[in-house]
Design a protein around this ligand. Structure first.
Ligand code: SF4
Length: 380
């Protein structure tokens, strides 16, 4: 089979893997291979055409949820590192793709598989002069030196934890070691970034780091997922945790398990952003007795309904952290309020609207100069 057909097979098998932030799903019609090019939003807000693919869809492991597990009958393909680098660069030069997300099934162990990914990345950066966006996977069981090399070559590295702890991972992937194979490489990433500057890296900056959880496949609750997420954000400096709702795959041990509701995924993202960007503590998140978030209300609103109805926050004197707890006000809104307060006091809901804040969500939970502004709401 020729290289492009193998690439088509490999890339079409990557839909389950979130990468970066998804942009509008429109693909430039000039992209001939649009079946495997994804629009992805970069941290700077720019949308690029990303080739999301694998070096091989063969795998020697047997994770219970995974379409690539050993022994499952489907059409697999493999590209050598040099083939991958060459075909990607041809597509890049033709203007079809701007960036590459490269992962792999495990063949010959984590170390050997990581070497193959590094080979492809080194050819791209050092022989072919690729200067664009590269997201490299770190394989379970990779060595510390390989992790550092991946960091030197890429803009983002990621390693999928899949489950929040050892007990849950045993249900999804009993032959993976949660601490030794998965958490340890992420600790190395944090150590390397904290202890050295990236003098030898292709752009002299360390990459961002991400992970993915399969939600609902192992009977875990939201509290378990978010406890691990908080550790990753606060202690290991992760940029992004992805939550992929479990989908049963035919001919796997979990094929009869029900899929996870998308709403759970949404609530997990909302809660994880509250931890990462809004200064929320785990104990402030509105878990129910089963350790799950309410499905019908977003967690910030739920917290505010329990805590701010009787104790509204004074917009003109609140700290940054207090302002971030008000529904309808995000980090940008907080900056606008702090800037507005330096000029003049905020006097009305209309003043909030003028600085880009939708006051309807915030109004029940705030005071403006000591007054509840709820009665002004009918103006909106
Ligand atoms: S190691 Fe990765 S590719 Fe292989 S079966 Fe497990 S999750 Fe799937």
């Amino acid at each position: 089979m020729d290289t492009i057909n193998r690439l088509k097979i490999l890339s079409s098998q990557m839909d389950f893997e979130p990468a970066e932030d998804y942009g509008c799903p429109k693909i430039n019609p000039s992209m001939r291979y649009s079946g495997f090019v994804h629009n992805a939003v970069m941290p700077n807000g720019k949308t690029i055409a990303l080739l999301k693919t694998l070096l091989t869809s063969a795998c020697e492991r047997d994770c219970y949820y995974c379409p690539f597990r050993a022994g499952r009958n489907f059409r697999r393909a493999t590209l050598k590192p040099a083939e991958m680098a060459q075909i990607f660069m041809s597509m890049h030069r033709a203007g079809i793709v701007e960036g590459l997300f490269l992962s792999s099934g495990l063949i010959g162990g984590g170390i050997r598989t990581q070497d193959n990914l590094l080979d492809a990345a080194e050819i791209l950066r050092e022989k072919l002069g690729f200067q664009g966006y590269l997201h490299l996977k770190i394989m379970p069981g990779a060595e510390q030196g390989q992790v550092e090399r991946a960091m030197q070559l890429s803009n983002r590295v990621s390693l999928n934890l899949e489950a929040p702890n050892t007990k849950r991972l045993n249900i999804l992937a009993p032959h993976k070691a949660f601490i030794d194979e998965l958490i340890q490489p992420l600790r190395w990433v944090a150590d390397i970034r904290n202890s050295t500057s990236n003098k030898t890296g292709w752009n002299k900056r360390w990459p961002s780091v991400a992970t993915q959880f399969v939600v609902g496949g192992a009977g875990e609750n939201d509290l378990e997922l978010l406890t691990t997420t908080e550790y990753l954000y606060r202690d290991l400096g992760l940029k992004r945790a992805y939550y992929s709702p479990f989908r049963p795959v035919e001919d796997t041990p979990l094929e009869n398990q029900p899929p996870t509701m998308l709403q759970r995924e949404n609530r997990l993202y909302q809660a994880s952003f509250l931890i990462r960007d809004y200064g929320f503590l785990m104990e402030e998140l509105p878990f129910d007795n089963s350790g799950n978030l309410p499905k019908d209300t977003d967690p910030k609103l739920s917290w505010a309904q329990s805590n701010l109805r009787e104790n509204p926050i004074e917009i003109n004197f609140a700290s940054k952290k207090e302002l971030l707890h008000i529904p309808g006000i995000g980090p940008r809104g907080v900056s606008s309020i702090l800037a507005a307060r330096k000029q003049n006091r905020v006097k009305s809901l209309e003043d909030l609207r003028k600085i880009g804040i939708n006051p309807v969500r915030a109004a029940p939970f705030i005071l403006i100069n000591g007054q509840k502004p709820s009665q002004q709401l009918n103006l909106f």
